[in-house]
Ligand binder design. Structure first.
Ligand code: MRU
Length: 362
């Protein structure tokens, strides 16, 4: 099976599969500077919480290289980088973090790189660069492993022959590979538990139709696209056995921010007594956000709502609001599926316990 690789690090260049062009075209866009990466994150060349976190980690390597390339430094010599370097790295990190505000994985990736950097304060410049690159590659590999673990933990919750509904794209494309919500679907499908997937199209940018359908088709997993407004129709007729989505940030109390339109799906699940699962790595949990109200919600350009595929549909003069995410209250979430285990009826105590130890049920 052809592997989906949204992020490739090759010869010191970050290559991103341009997700704006999918499914028509599979083209990579190369980033050699952190500013180029920032534009790619803003414009959603790369998107999905873990994918932007992993990309930002490589962005910090690009920042270090770019800064040092401009100085007369001999990497072979035993000299540690000067004060200006540390400041430049902090600034690059701050800029990257600001490119999209809701997914906490972005800050998580940058902060992990800055921590690695602070451990290497007195190391020679060449060593600092090597350490940074190794850390970013480690984050990349870990993300794929984490998703496979989420997949295994989540698959156990899916009954044989299930039809699952998902929203947006929380797949290989939204991560370094394999995916979170789609990782669970992948694993469950391999075990013969998934009969069908209903993918909400996910207006305004259509991640469901363009990306989730493309990914599941490649994998040979049966998928049917539905209009976002059709979810209630299928759920009320008993045609959906469970809903599974990813998350951009999970607050300490278990409230979860995800793509706009997720919250109404959780309400429907509650009303019709089917499970609503959130699949997310622990790097998506932000214990410093007490509740969902502490999560900054990105509001994007109204043009995305006023048009479809670049063609304006609304009349000239019409205006639009375009929040990119909504928050599902913890009370509506059956379980958060993490790499360390499944947290049923999530709350602060259980999330902290998961960070500290892992494996818990109920
Ligand atoms: O605006 P996007 O496409 O970045 O939104 C992505 C989502 O909402 C995903 O569900 C979330 O980031 C989890 S990805 C594993």
């Amino acid at each position: 099976m052809e592997e989906i690789r949204p992020i490739i690090w090759e010869d010191g260049v970050l290559k991103l599969l341009d997700q704006r062009l999918l499914p028509e075209e599979e083209r990579y866009l190369a980033c050699s500077t952190p500013d180029e990466l920032r534009d790619c994150i803003k414009d959603m060349v790369v998107r999905g919480a873990p994918a932007i976190g992993v990309s930002a980690a490589f962005g910090m390597v690009l920042a270090a290289r770019n800064y040092l390339d401009r100085l007369p430094v001999n990497l072979e010599e035993d000299n540690a980088p000067q004060e200006g370097f540390w400041q430049a790295m902090e600034e690059a990190g701050t800029k990257l973090k600001a490119s999209r505000p809701t997914a906490v994985n972005l800050s998580w990736g940058v902060d992990r790189m800055l921590r690695k950097l602070s451990e290497a304060k007195r190391a020679p410049t060449g060593t600092v660069l090597q350490l940074l690159e190794a850390e970013a590659l480690g984050i990349y590999e870990e993300d794929i492993e984490t998703n496979k673990q989420i997949g295994a933990n989540g698959a156990a919750l899916i009954a044989e022959g299930s039809t699952l509904l998902t929203h947006c794209n929380a797949g290989a494309l939204a991560t370094a590979g394999y995916g979170t919500a789609l990782g669970v679907i992948r694993s469950a499908f391999q075990q013969g538990r998934v009969k069908n997937v209903l993918a909400g199209e996910t207006r305004p940018l259509l991640q469901g139709s363009r990306l989730t359908c493309w990914e599941l088709q490649k994998e040979g997993i049966p998928v049917q696209l539905i209009a976002d407004g059709a979810a209630g129709f299928f759920i009320s007729r008993g045609e959906v056995d469970g809903i599974i989505t990813g998350a951009d940030r999970v607050a300490a109390n278990g409230d979860a921010a995800n793509k706009i339109g997720t919250y109404p799906l959780a309400l429907l699940a509650g009303e019709h007594n089917i499970p609503f699962y959130v699949a997310a790595p622990l790097s998506t949990v932000d214990l410093s956000a007490g509740t969902g109200w502490d999560i900054e919600i990105e509001e994007r350009d109204g043009k995305e709502v006023l048009s479809l595929g670049g063609r304006r549909l609304a009349p000239e003069g019409a205006s639009a609001r375009n929040p990119a995410f909504d928050v599902t209250p913890a009370g509506l979430i059956t379980a958060v599926i993490t790499e360390k285990g499944v947290i049923f009826s999530p709350n602060e105590k259980k999330l902290i316990r998961m960070f500290e130890g892992g494996v818990q049920r109920g």
